[in-house]
Design a protein around this ligand. Structure first.
Ligand code: DLL
Length: 434
């Protein structure tokens, strides 16, 4: 269902006008209220009134994650602190968190974006949304929560973890929509199988999954294991959280909530803006945000804008599902590969559940990079695999070579030896000292 026809189906020309108005207003707001941005713009010789067109806007310098860290905790507030009603943050691996501060209006926008997301996955007012994203500073839990409430569905705020209870709740409350990371969705289905629960016999119809990269083949596996449609949802803490973009029933690219988030794709090396269809780094400007709005924020996520309009009736632009992050890109002997490409090829070669680990190292003697792919075999496949292990090795390694152009050494490991995840998964260990 299209939740908000006014904005989701707005004439593209009108959407452009709306965006440009909001951009001009935003540049003025941050210039007046955020010393960091005033200096940035002054240094670049840009005055708010000189921004009249998208071409003018493209001259504004990017904002980076580093800028956010350097202004921690409140350096990017664009409104007096008394207007802030909620804070979220993500710490990542480097220590200093990045902060998002919301006014009530920002929370309303967030709820709106997430109501659109859930409605596009088929959620209705009579459905139970079981929300297995973590609640807390992470935006997954409360993002889905606010969206479900706005939509008028029943939200079950169970948070991540407690796997057996999740499965019991699903049966007792006839959950229709499940929301969590894709890796947790797979773990839930694995536990269900072990406990003899048939997920396909329950009331489930769809799942909204995101917060980490997942491949198209992993989607198919989740859909088969759960008997549902699995929708990709996207967002990041700095830019409000989930609800930036979401899939519709076409499951072919994610519609951007363009009335709130202005997207650009850039060449990550040169910063040049790329046309639709060309792959690059997603840059977002939060055009309605009041608390901590960002100008031209470099997400580090790699995608492209799909040039065609979607047959679903929405007119908002779609981005291709993410290929990965600029900082996840593995460069192996000069070949660029994202972990999701390895995942896709692995599932294609061996229709296993993607419990795998990618270990990258540098051979000290040859100074060449090597990838070991540890693949877990499940209990039922175990005996077959042992019988046919040589062939399977060859098959996976062959597909990696032909699809990705890299040599991968496959090592099968026993069932249940690779870690499972309730939140974001960690599937790459890079032991190279570079
Ligand atoms: O992961 C927000 C979120 C919550 C999104 C729930 C979707 C669902 P962060 O923890 O700040 O926020 O991580 C943001 O996660 O820049 C991407 O690299 C990655 N990511 C998020 N969604 C997807 C997705 C939340 N659908 C970072 N596919 C982003 C691939 C995703 N990667």
């Amino acid at each position: 269902m299209i939740y908000n026809k006014e904005f989701e189906c707005l004439d593209p020309q009108k959407m452009h006008e709306l965006q440009l108005n909001r951009i001009c207003d935003l540049v003025r707001r941050v210039y007046e209220n955020v010393p960091f941005y005033r200096k940035r713009l002054d240094d670049a010789g840009i005055f708010p009134d000189s921004i009249q067109t998208f071409a003018d806007f493209e001259k504004i310098p990017f904002t980076t994650k580093d800028d956010l860290r350097q202004t921690y905790p409140y350096g990017l507030l664009a409104t007096p602190k008394e207007n802030i009603v909620e804070i979220h943050m993500s710490s990542g691996t480097t220590g200093i968190p990045v902060v998002d501060a919301y006014t009530q209006n920002d929370l309303n926008d967030w709820a709106e974006g997430m109501a659109r997301t859930l409605a596009a996955a088929g959620a209705t007012t009579s459905d139970t949304v079981q929300n297995a994203f973590g609640y807390g500073l992470f935006t997954g839990g409360l993002g889905v929560h606010y969206g479900s409430k706005r939509l008028g569905a029943v939200v079950l705020p169970i948070s991540a973890g407690n796997t057996e209870k999740q499965l019991a709740m699903m049966q007792d409350f006839e959950t229709a929509i499940i929301t969590c990371t894709p890796s947790y969705a797979l773990y839930l289905s694995e536990r269900a199988r072990q406990l003899g629960i048939d997920l396909k016999g329950l009331n489930l119809k769809a799942g909204c999954f995101g917060a980490e990269p997942w491949s198209e083949n992993m989607r198919k596996q989740i859909e088969a294991a759960w008997g549902i449609k699995a929708f990709d949802i996207y967002g990041l803490t700095e830019i409000t959280g989930p609800g930036v973009a979401f899939e519709c029933e076409e499951q072919n690219g994610l519609h951007l909530n363009e009335d709130m988030f202005f997207p650009e794709i850039i060449n990550p090396e040169t910063g040049a803006v790329l046309p639709p269809g060309e792959k690059g780094e997603l840059v977002i400007t939060t055009i309605t945000k009041q608390g901590t709005p960002l100008l031209r924020y470099r997400t580090r996520d790699i995608t492209y804008i799909i040039p065609e309009q979607c047959p679903c009736g929405r007119t908002t632009r779609r981005m291709h599902r993410l290929f990965g992050r600029t900082d996840d890109l593995l460069i192996i002997r000069g070949v660029n590969v994202f972990p999701t490409q390895i995942e896709n090829a692995l599932i294609e070669a061996y229709n296993c559940e993607p419990n795998y680990l990618i270990i990258v190292s540098r051979n000290e003697a040859t100074h060449l990079d090597e990838i070991e792919l540890q693949v877990e075999v499940n209990e039922t496949q175990f005996t077959d695999v042992v019988r046919d292990i040589e062939n399977l090795h060859k098959k996976i390694e062959g597909i990696m070579k032909s699809k990705l152009g890299i040599a991968v050494k496959v090592r099968f490991v026993a069932p249940n030896t690779i870690a499972r995840f309730e939140g974001k998964s960690k599937r790459v260990i890079d032991n190279r000292k570079i």
